[in-house]
Design a protein around this ligand. Sequence first.
Ligand code: SF4
Ligand code: SF4
Length: 475
Amino acid sequence: MRVLDQRNLPDERPASMDESGRRVFIFPAPVSGFWRRSRSIVEIFLIIFFLILPWIKIGGHQALLLNIGERQFSIFGLTFWAHDAPLIFFLLAFLTIGLAFITAIWGRIWCGWACPQTVFIDGVFRKLEYWIIGSHIQQRNLAKAPWNIKKIFKLSLLWSLFLLVSLVIAHSFLAYFVGADSLVEMTQYNPEENWTIFLVMGFTTAVILFDFGWFREQFCIIMCPYGRFQSVLMDDDSLTVSYDPGRGEPRRGKTKSEEPVGDCIDCYKCIAVCPTGIDIRDGLQLECIGCTACIDACDEVMEKIDKPRGLIRYATGNSLRGIKSKFLEPRVAIYSVLLIAVISALIFSVSKREDIVITVLRGKDSPYQVIKKDGESEEVINHFKLRLKNQTFENLSLEMVLPDIWKEKNIHIVSQTQAIELEGGKNSTLHIFIKFPPSVTGVEGSRNIKLDFIDAKDNKIKIQEDVKLVGPKSI
Ligand code: SF4
Ligand code: SF4
């Protein structure tokens, strides 16, 4: 196994790769300090939040459910279906623009502080390595050591725990997609009864185990699409973890004794703690995930040599060059306007959203028919097609009735059923005929009436629909 030589980083390729493209393993040193403590608090909060969120219910529904199979979504009390295209569009637009906005201002804050990979590797997997194998030096020595009973035992124990953690993460992850209650139910049955879910679970566990246990920084450097977009999303006004060359250079030991030196003592501590094996002193690099480990490492060194902290710190490219950074630069202003527009559209769509949508369409046959009632008086019949869409997760029982004012005018609904049963999230079509005396449409030949749909649960009007009756123009 090849391990990173932090004092001899290659210039022409990522440090985690040798000249033939094979993996070079990184064993970052632990770090302590303000940013490490802050990130630990955030990591604990995020891990707990991720694990308990599927079990929290709001209004009887899972707080966050993305059931793609049944095209059913629930986001903090807001429930919608795959056919709610505007809502889904605005939600995705909000997430995309929001991430671009955050990146433009705070750089890779997502990668360093909130990405599940960083949070779980840092908060759980590395902790298990320290617990089972020991310090980063012991880990590196064990990796280089020949296979023996001790190595087999330690690595077996470590990977068994990795597997256990991966299983917990995979179950929690899938709970967001199939529902926590359904998942618990499924785990009680034989895998044969739920082969698909069982295989998805196995695959998810294997991916997590592979990525968080072994692949790690390789994913950020080689595969992460968000990482690739960083360079276009950030500019010289974005806040990033940066080394201050104006203060640090020339490094101690790189000058003649009489020349002034900068604050960097070339101790390599910032490289030793870096999980992606880079030298932040070479400037902003694609591999930097903004984890802040080098800030803490360097601050510790600065304290020891009696220099001010912050040789490596959060800073913008412009501020390091002595140029005042603009917060509301054009790119951020555009993102802000787009974000406000998308949030407004989202709020508007949510506020206008009805539990049930009913569309009244006129039947394709003739607009009206006139029949003789009892062979004497005439009656007009209009044919309508009702399309009903239940947008809630609950089954709905509705009764279709005419308000008394129209009943008194001898208007009647003729339908197979006036009680409508609508399953949660399902659509239904119903044909109805409305009979009325010609006097209802009178000389105009038309009249607008209303149809009430009463909810059987509370006997209250759930929705009212306008219906236009047409008939012969009577004199
Ligand atoms: S350079 Fe610093 S902030 Fe960037 S990944 Fe390495 S340790 Fe983390
Ligand atoms: S930790 Fe600070 S002083 Fe040491 S090499 Fe890095 S930048 Fe220089």
